[in-house]
Design a binder for this molecule. Structure first.
Ligand code: NDP
Length: 503
């Protein structure tokens, strides 16, 4: 059965403030990962729709970029309030499209309005600099909006990741065309009503649903896009960055990860196990900063592993809309196949499977993409399961004996997005954190985020930053105004014997 053939909801996409179909008239289904069944459909936008959306965004930009920072900030504050009032609807939609447990989505979405209020405040309080040019000249920098920005987003945190890009982009005065994940485009579509009611001018927020190879590729190659901001896999990031390079426009990429959780011998076994569960199995492991590699000091390794196995086996894996569920399904049959493939690779490589390693059915899980929390012990750092992004509920456990060895293991991957260091010896934890080649390092925590806190990877994990003032500035270009305040006549070529200077 296809949702597009039934009376299931048929979502339109958003262009120029209107709810529209794709030019081709095609639609595709959105699947509930907990049942494997289609429950709604969206238009299959392609290059023709992207052209129309970019044109609409250019018109939106003309209005939005000319509004004062105060006007933009007050619309974003209003959007934050409306989103806050509607959070329950957004939570339900995220649970349906991602399969993530309702308790997780409530906790995550409760914070999304903060991004709009934070960046509204940044726009309102941002102070330009006066540079020490010297002499009779006054030199100041102006931050200007870029224009129409392309935002390409993934399925794992559909609303949060879009929000992390959208709030600074809008605050700085840009218009956007969003290409959400083909798997989870519903909450980005729902956001259009929030902005419309908040007073955002038509055409500033456009969403073209479709596939990466169609709408995504057309958006990122479009000649009128002023910046591309993508969250996705590293290979997608490379392709899109190359297109941006050809056109000399800024590119920001939040890409893949393989984060380490480093646990020293002064951490209690209970705390180490709880830390790893949180780092590794939230979102069924489908987060870019997932604690995919647990590095434990050899003196507590066996005790931590034993506790971790017991707690992982006890996690309640089931229907995402059930309040007692602790872990839901993975997002799609494709993602499930990837997890199964890597578990087979891990076994072939000689890692010891000590928990999970199988698909789960029964008890309301039939038809859904449920997989047991999975732990591999005796993993060595050169194994593919230790190096490649699995993006599922699988954690690889390794042991270390010295601080230097822990750092070398943590740095021994091509990725460099995040890591966490667990120790009650703060001097050691700080030292180790600063030696780790990752864009985000937590000490005695994991997964924590705030709109003010810069977020982004080193190495193959990407380029650019989300969150914070650095991100706001990344959505602007700087114009340097040099003003000569002197009335004194100046004639470079006059042979008057005066010492001439450029400044
Ligand atoms: P993908 O790279 O497959 O897709 C990301 C987005 O890019 C989707 O909207 C996709 O469309 C689109 N896309 C795919 N190919 C192209 C193309 N050639 N041109 C333009 N757009 C394209 O990633 P996933 O959606 O599978 O998300 C998981 C990945 O995202 C993981 O690698 C994860 O680590 C990373 N991620 C990184 C985060 C970070 O902060 N660093 C945070 C969260 C996730 P479609 O949906 O149709 O495929």
């Amino acid at each position: 059965m296809q949702a597009s053939d039934t009376d299931a909801p048929q979502w339109p996409m958003i262009i120029g403030g209107k709810k529209v179909e794709a030019q081709s008239g095609k639609r595709f289904d959105i699947i509930n990962p907990a049942t494997g069944l289609a429950y709604c459909s969206v238009p299959e936008g392609d290059a023709a729709d992207i052209d129309i959306a970019v044109d609409a965004a250019k018109k939106g930009f003309d209005i939005w970029s000319k509004m004062s920072a105060l006007q933009r900030a007050s619309i974003l504050m209003k959007a934050a309030d409306i989103l806050q009032e509607r959070l329950a609807d957004f939570v339900d939609a995220e649970v349906l499209q991602t399969g993530r447990p309702i308790r997780e989505m409530r906790a995550q979405l409760a914070r999304t309005p903060e991004w709009y209020s934070y960046f509204a405040s940044v726009a309102r309080t941002y102070e330009s600099k006066v540079h020490p040019f010297g002499g009779d000249h006054v030199n100041y920098g102006r931050r200007l909006a870029l224009g129409v920005v392309g935002l390409v987003t993934p399925w794992n945190h559909p609303l949060l990741i879009l929000t992390k890009k959208l709030a600074p982009a809008l605050a700085a005065g840009n218009a956007v065309v969003v290409k959400p994940s083909e798997v989870a485009p519903i909450t980005p579509l729902m956001l259009a009503d929030v902005f419309s009611e908040a007073g955002l001018p038509e055409g500033v927020y456009n969403v073209v649903t479709g596939f990466g190879a169609g709408a995504g590729a057309a958006l990122t190659a479009h000649r009128d896009i002023a910046k591309i901001d993508l969250t996705g896999g590293t290979e997608t990031g490379r392709k899109v960055a190359a297109l941006a390079g050809e056109r000399l426009i800024p590119f920001s990429g939040e890409l893949g990860g393989k984060a380490s959780v480093i646990v020293f011998d002064d951490v209690s076994v209970d705390r180490a196990a709880a830390a790893t569960l949180f780092a590794s199995f939230v979102a069924a492991g489908q987060t870019c900063v997932q604690g995919a590699r647990l590095l434990v000091h050899e003196s507590i390794h066996d005790a931590v592993l034993e506790k971790l196995i017991a707690r992982a086996n006890a996690l309640v894996v089931g229907a995402p809309d059930d309040e007692s569920t602790q872990m839901g399904p993975v997002v799609s049959d494709r993602q499930l196949a990837t997890v199964e493939k890597y578990v087979a690779i891990g076994k072939d490589e000689g890692a010891r499977l000590v928990a999970g390693g199988e698909r789960l059915s029964g008890e309301g899980r039939d038809g859904g993409y449920f997989y047991a929390p999975t732990i591999f012990a005796d993993v060595s750092n050169d194994m593919r399961i230790a190096q490649e992004e699995i993006f599922g509920p699988v954690v690889c456990v390794m042991k270390f004996s010295t601080e230097a060895e822990a750092v070398a293991l943590a740095n021994g991957t091509d990725f460099g997005l995040a890591a966490s260091v667990w120790s009650s010896n703060i001097a050691r934890a700080k030292r180790v954190a600063e030696d780790i080649e990752a864009g985000i390092v937590w000490i005695n925590d994991h997964h924590r985020i705030d709109p003010s806190s810069p977020w982004g990877g080193f190495k193959d994990s990407g380029i650019g930053k989300e969150n914070g003032i650095v991100c706001y500035e990344g959505y602007t270009r700087m114009q340097s105004i040099v003003l000569n305040t002197s009335e004194e006549p100046f004639d470079w070529f006059a042979e008057d014997g005066k010492q001439k200077r450029y400044s």
